[in-house]
Design a binder for this molecule. Structure first.
Ligand code: GLC
Ligand code: MG
Length: 562
């Protein structure tokens, strides 16, 4: 039984709509903690570290995929939605993890990957074997090719990882045959969501995990399930697409996705209260289109990727925050803030680059290297900003350590299909997926009992190891602990933000729940207002009355003695 909602759990988890201000920690199981020494993180490793997460002060965790998978896209290529890959553990290990999390008052969300399966999924294997026109093929997007002998792909869509979006199969009789669509890797065939089998299957998968006690789902590529009827060619150039709403692409953000989520919402409602939640991974613009996913009868949360992709610029940040709060608020949804995940350059490194936009392609040894000190200073300030905003927030494993991206990974160890499919134009996402350093002195920094790590760690990870920061005043992990405690005490996630005019447009200042937040993005020290005292600071203050550059503070009304 889920303890969410019971009187003995944390205040944030007691309410039916606990998710509105929850802080969820993303665990990337492969790289979090390895229990059996094979160098690959696993579920028992996660379970063993749950007390660390409870102590950090988060409300729950989201587990990136641990399902049976060939790991062609790190587990986002699922071969069995109801089983655990042996490298990550067993179903019994999931049950133990959920039970232990429950004891600690942590909600567990799992990743649902409905846009595509692995090409090793029995349905895809059956589809290839069954031949054109079969009901098995109707579950995926198989089409005849163009050209005299079908030698050309059915349309001009490209894979998001690079290369064509279609691959031609060999038919059971040995002849070159139909093509199948894959918006991502060639090993990730897209489902056809107009097929009733697909809908029924995913409703069954939702029930499978809800019955095991999960509190919700992060929905992978939530904006991709439905493709424009007839699969028309993409007629826009990349330059045009950059300025148009996402649904100008015939495969993104098509209106038909919404009825899928409305059906799922009804299914989830039958398990509450407290609410079981759906969180959309939808890279959609403008915000009005994102808000459609968060209407009361659809999903609960959707990542605010505009915030993640924002430059270190006060005006832009304020615009993004306002647009987000206003647009999601208009449909009664909270904003769901995020700064890092397993797909983008870690914010401690991103904010130390010359142009910290939404860096998704990775950084290689030959590229300009981020300024680590600058990046960390800004990352800590950005996190204090995020954790003060009304709404929910997602953290990515390691960010509480201030962990930087591995920007000098040898190319030969890269596993992200982006590296190969982009023909080495993009390094890919391995640099943010490097195993976590738990212990500065241990081999593999304590990730695994043998010291083995599936990707090499850079030597500087020693500085960021959890045990090197534990209890150390001013360390990043202690900053996260303090901020999460204060956020809960002041219920900042349920606040209303009121901007305060600061002396400079490059200083963000707002009041929420009796707390004043200041973030100094200017190039000069900013004076603290009279009558307020600092309750949390992202970095050292040079004097009692000023906020240094790239620093954030939370202030409370000063108490007068007497
Ligand atoms: C999502 C995941 C990403 C994966 C892709 C394809 O964007 O976050 O890691 O590669 O979907 O499943
Ligand atoms: Mg292992």
């Amino acid at each position: 039984m889920l303890r969410l909602g019971r009187p003995d759990v944390k205040p944030t988890l007691r309410e039916r709509d606990w998710w509105r201000d929850a802080v969820i920690y993303q665990v990337y199981p492969r790289s979090f903690a390895d229990s059996d020494g094979d160098g690959t993180g696993d579920l028992p490793g996660v379970t063993a570290r749950l007390p660390y997460l409870a102590d950090l002060g988060v409300d729950g965790l989201w587990l990136s995929p641990f399902y049976r998978s060939p790991l062609a896209d790190a587990g986002y290529d699922v071969a069995d939605y109801r089983d655990v890959d042996p490298r990550f553990g067993t179903l019994a290990d999931v049950d133990t993890l959920i039970a232990r999390a429950d004891d600690l008052g942590l909600a567990v969300l799992v990743d649902l990957v409905p846009n595509h399966s692995s090409d090793q999924h029995p349905w895809f294997q059956a589809a290839v074997a069954a031949g054109p026109g079969s009901p098995e093929r109707a579950r995926y997007l198989f089409r005849d090719g163009r050209g005299a002998t079908g030698e050309l792909p059915p349309n001009n869509w490209r894979s998001g990882f690079g290369g064509p979006g279609w691959t031609r199969i060999t038919e059971p009789d040995g002849r070159p045959g139909q093509w199948y669509l894959h918006l991502f890797d060639v090993h990730q065939p897209d489902f056809d969501w107009t097929c009733p089998d697909v809908r029924a299957e995913f409703e069954s998968v939702l029930r499978f995990w809800l019955d095991r006690g999960v509190a919700g789902f992060r929905v992978d590529v939530a904006h991709g399930l439905i493709k424009a009827p007839g699969l028309p060619d993409l007629t826009r150039t990349p330059e045009e697409l950059a300025t148009l709403p996402t649904h100008a692409s015939p495969f993104w953000d098509q209106d038909g996705v919404h009825e899928v989520y409305a059906a799922w919402r009804r299914l989830l409602e039958s398990y509450g209260p407290p609410d079981r939640v759906l969180c959309a991974e939808a890279w959609v613009s403008p915000p009005e289109r994102m808000a459609r996913y968060l209407r009361p009868e659809e999903m609960h949360q959707g990542f605010a990727f505009d915030f993640l992709g924002c430059r270190w610029d006060a005006t832009q940040l304020r615009q993004v925050i306002d647009a987000e709060l206003h647009t999601m608020g208009a449909v009664g949804a909270p904003s769901t803030w995020v700064l890092s995940n397993h797909d983008v350059v870690r914010h401690a490194s991103r904010l130390g680059t010359a142009d910290p936009g939404p860096v998704t392609g990775g950084i290689r040894a030959g590229d300009p290297q981020p300024d680590r000190a600058l990046g960390l200073r800004r990352a800590r300030a950005a996190t204090l900003l995020m954790l003060a905003l009304p709404g929910a927030a997602y953290l990515y494993q390691g960010e509480e350590l201030g962990l930087p991206e591995h920007t000098r990974l040898p190319d030969e160890v890269r596993e992200d299909p982006v590296w190969v499919r982009s023909e080495h134009a993009h390094a890919g996402r391995d640099g943010c997926r490097v195993p976590i350093p738990w212990s500065a002195q241990a081999p593999g920094f304590g990730f695994s009992p043998t010291g083995a790590t599936w990707l090499p760690q850079p030597p500087e990870f020693a500085e960021y190891a959890a045990d090197a920061q534990d209890g150390v005043p001013g360390s990043t992990v202690e900053l996260y602990r303090a901020a999460l405690r204060l956020r809960r005490e002041h219920r900042l996630g349920r606040g209303r933000l009121a901007w305060v005019s600061a002396m400079s447009s490059e200083v963000l200042a707002f009041d929420t729940c009796g707390v004043r937040v200041m973030v100094n993005l200017s190039s000069e020290t900013a004076a603290l207002p009279d009558g307020w005292s600092v309750i949390c600071q992202s970095g050292p203050l040079e004097s009692a009355d000023a906020v240094p550059v790239d620093t954030a503070v939370w202030l409370a009304p000063a108490r007068t003695c007497g």
